[in-house]
Design a protein around this ligand. Structure first.
Ligand SMILES: Cc1cc2nc3c(=O)[nH]c(=O)nc-3n(C[C@H](O)[C@H](O)[C@H](O)COP(=O)(O)O)c2cc1C
Ligand SMILES: Cc1ncc(COP(=O)(O)O)c(CN)c1O
Length: 195
């Protein structure tokens, strides 16, 4: 099998993502993120892609959330983009690693103040007794940080470093096209998959 250059699967991602950004009415960067707990039980939720390059695909979240705890214990994850109007799906399987502090700080600084305060006030995935409790916590942090809101230590980014990337394009009669890239050393192997 041919070994393709290191950037081979990413040029297709660049094309498809640009087309999704031009055509999807909402959140073209939304992707489902699957994690598994220590017993192998899967869980799935949507997060937003905030950066990507040949190193991987970055999203930000609370590190003490369910997903944060699961990834810390088992960094093997899966991502799925479904661009409905383009009838396309991209599946990315790989391993997550925390972004460096400076990268997380730089992204956090671009977020609206309300979102920054939310990152402090939300004990993401923990039970919330009532909405007023969350609102009181938001008000507390609003007072605590009258100027710049620093990035909370429990909030950062994960970069999913892909081991497999599959591109799926719908075709008439369900005769879809599937093309998979598998990491092989410094490069990638590539092949078609039955629909
Ligand atoms: C379109 C969309 C985008 C979202 N983006 C994020 C995100 O980037 N980071 C995040 O922590 N939660 C995001 N959420 C909320 C998550 O889906 C989820 O509810 C939350 O992270 C808690 O997940 P967990 O309990 O499995 O950790 C998003 C939800 C939707 C519907
Ligand atoms: C709780 C939460 N955290 C983080 C994000 C990431 O996006 P942003 O940084 O644009 O808020 C989202 C997006 N919906 C979110 O809901």
């Amino acid at each position: 099998m041919t070994i393709l250059p290191h950037n081979a699967p990413f040029t297709r991602f660049a094309d498809w993502f640009a087309e999704a950004q031009a055509s999807e009415p909402n959140d073209p960067n939304a992707m489902a993120l699957a994690t598994a707990d220590a017993d192998g039980a899967p869980s799935l939720r949507v997060v937003l892609l905030k950066a990507w390059d040949e190193r991987g695909f970055v999203f930000y979240t609370n590190l003490t959330s369910q997903k944060g705890r699961e990834i810390a214990a088992n960094p093997r994850v899966h991502l799925n983009f479904h661009w409905k109007s383009l009838q396309r799906q991209v599946r990315i399987g790989g391993t997550a690693a925390l972004v460096i502090e400076a990268e997380a700080d730089a992204y956090f600084a671009t977020r609206p103040r309300e979102s920054q305060l939310g990152a402090w006030a939300s004990l993401q995935s923990a039970p919330l007794p009532d909405r007023a409790t969350f609102e009181a916590r938001l008000a507390d942090y609003d007072r605590q940080f009258p100027d710049v809101v620093p990035r909370p230590p429990h909030w950062s980014g994960w970069r999913v470093m892909p081991a497999r990337i599959e591109y799926w394009q719908a075709r008439d009669g369900r005769w879809h096209e599937r093309e998979a890239y598998l990491r092989a050393g410094d490069g990638w192997t590539h092949g078609l998959v039955y629909p």
